[in-house]
Design a protein around this ligand. Structure first.
Ligand SMILES: Nc1ncnc2c1ncn2[C@@H]1O[C@H](COP(=O)(O)OP(=O)(O)O)[C@@H](O)[C@H]1O
Ligand SMILES: [Mg+2]
Length: 272
């Protein structure tokens, strides 16, 4: 069983990405956004998973992409990671139009379905991810130890992933997504199936990461998680139906919680 008392969030914060800022050129005005999409559209056959989605996500914040299952959240994240090419519109990550290989080192991606090699150990998985990003063995070792402290998995370093609990696999996946010190983390439902205690610890990790300068974009269908986000975007049927701070959205809709706000906005769309 996993020892939850191991979780000492904030005790060992990972260092943020090494700052390698280049002077901003006139043409890179869009770089002020971590992610920007313009009429982003994704068709799967005749089905429109994204329908002119327009997002503007500032850097250095925690942004929550909220919406029910099937709203298009994963599709949007996959486009930002360069795993899917949109059928319409454009997406920019740190000012670079995606898909583009050159931006990949800046992005950390934790997929909705944990993608780890279960027969390999935590250490071997992390090493593999580091190597994929062209990191030196020395750098991987340094970063790995720091991240394993951060996700409280040092004792499990040499255990096969197959032997880990679901929560520990999630933490391994999170650590793997951060090995290369990305400037943006795209986390697709990182807290689904995670018990409340660990969920709370995860949010502490994310807040600590934000403080180290990383932009974090999280998808979730748990409306209550929005309270941890600086800003949120509510997505429905591939469209952004509201965007702002949780307080702004509830105020605008004259509701007291985001679930009611979402319903009010959905009703408004249907009658308009
Ligand atoms: N590769 C695909 N082929 C066909 N339909 C897809 C594909 N990927 C996603 N979809 C559909 O697109 C819609 C949006 O999916 P997704 O982005 O996964 O939503 P969410 O992450 O918000 O649950 C869903 O109706 C889903 O079934
Ligand atoms: Mg999804």
């Amino acid at each position: 069983m996993e020892k939850r008392s191991d979780i000492e969030t904030g005790a060992a914060l990972p260092s943020g990405p090494t700052k390698k800022e280049t002077p901003m050129r006139e043409t890179q005005v869009r770089e002020s956004y971590a992610v920007e999409t313009r009429d982003l559209t994704m068709l799967f056959g005749k089905f429109k998973a994204l329908d002119k989605l327009n997002l503007r996500i500032q850097r250095g914040i925690i942004y929550g992409l909220l919406g029910p299952n099937g709203a298009g959240k994963t599709t949007a994240i996959k486009i930002a990671c360069g795993l899917l090419t949109p059928t319409g519109g454009q997406a920019f990550v740190l000012g670079t139009k995606v898909p583009n290989r050159s931006i990949l080192p800046q992005i950390g991606y934790m997929p909705q379905e944990t993608a780890l090699y279960v027969e390999l150990s935590v250490h071997q998985n992390m090493e593999l991810f580091g190597e994929l990003y062209g990191m030196t063995p020395k750098k991987i070792a340094e970063k790995e130890d720091e991240l394993l402290r951060f996700v409280a998995l040092e004792k499990w370093k040499h255990s096969p992933v197959a032997n880990l609990s679901g929560g520990m696999r999630h933490r391994t996946s999170l650590a793997c997504s951060m090995i290369h010190e990305p400037r943006i983390l795209l986390l697709d439902e990182p807290t689904v199936g995670v018990d409340p205690e660990l969920r709370s610890a995860f949010w502490q990790y994310f807040t600590a990461l934000k403080q180290s300068g990383v932009t974090i974009i999280i998808t979730t269908h748990y409306m209550d998680e929005a309270q941890h986000c600086d800003k949120i975007g509510l997505v429905r049927q591939g469209r952004l139906i509201a965007d702002g701070t949780p307080l702004e959205i509830t105020k605008e809709t004259k509701t007291t919680n985001l679930e009611d706000a979402f319903l009010a906005l959905s009703r408004g769309q249907e009658t308009s």
